[in-house]
Design a protein around this ligand. Structure first.
Ligand code: COA
Length: 203
């Protein structure tokens, strides 16, 4: 690839990201419940329901995110809360119809799916896409946790300072200070306060 082509690519990327920042500042930013100081969303794929989304100071959401906080259940006010100084990688897909709460200083790698809901599938005679979306369970991710690449977190809670290995599917609760891996995610290590070390989980 020629040097000119590389320079052009860089210029296009830079100018479109500047355009996005300008547009975001005027159109999007004021519509969030809260958008903290020095928080940043790089060019997203889609943001739905910004009026139900709060993003804490210093948090960064990298490119191509799809964020949604949608009032799909009657009488339920959706909330997607992202704490302070949290980092969310590229291509994140995070959807709340009731409550998704991501804490402070959470490190989230690329391509995660986090949601408190699922498509109902009780009637096999109706295409799933035509069946209602229902609440599976509120999602919490505790302060200081690390979520690896390609992780799915569906309707459950993860405690403080947990580590969730790449490609895991988390559908049941992970308490504070645990390492969990796999689909479905299982705990493989816990922090032992007395011994001051991570101990392997007995199998
Ligand atoms: C979970 C993780 C942190 C564990 O690292 P670790 O503490 O060094 O653990 P180990 O490598 O000793 O692994 C312990 C066991 O779990 C297995 N394991 C580790 N990560 C796994 C994963 N993501 N999926 C399935 N099994 C995994 C190991 O093979 C090993 O199995 P064994 O005891 O049968 O040999 C790491 O493997 C991981 O997935 N990191 C996420 C990386 C990532 O997504 N980074 C994005 C950049 S922010």
């Amino acid at each position: 690839m020629s040097r000119l082509s590389l320079i052009l690519q860089l210029l296009i990327r830079k100018s479109s990201s500047l355009l996005w920042r300008f547009y975001f500042g005027i159109v999007y930013r004021p519509s969030f419940i809260y958008f903290g100081k020095k928080a940043r969303i790089a060019r997203p794929m889609k943001i739905e329901g910004a009026q139900n989304i709060s993003i804490g100071s210093g948090s960064i959401i990298n490119t191509n995110a799809w964020l949604g906080a949608l009032p799909l259940m009657e009488g339920v006010e959706p909330r997607l809360v992202i704490g302070a100084v949290t980092y969310i990688g590229r291509n994140a897909h995070i959807i709340a119809i009731k409550h998704v709460n991501i804490g402070d200083k959470v490190l989230i790698a690329d391509r995660v799916y986090i949601s408190d809901n699922l498509h109902e599938y009780y009637n096999p005679n109706i295409p799933v896409m035509d069946q209602p979306v229902v609440i599976k369970g509120e999602v919490e991710i505790g302060n200081g946790s690390w979520i690896g690449e390609n992780v799915c977190i569906i309707g459950t809670r993860i405690g403080k300072n947990c580590v969730i290995g790449a490609n895991s599917v988390v559908t049941s609760e992970i308490p504070d200070y645990c390492v969990a891996i796999g689909a479905p995610a299982r705990i493989i290590k816990r922090w032992n306060k007395e011994k001051h070390e991570w101990l392997n989980e007995e199998v």
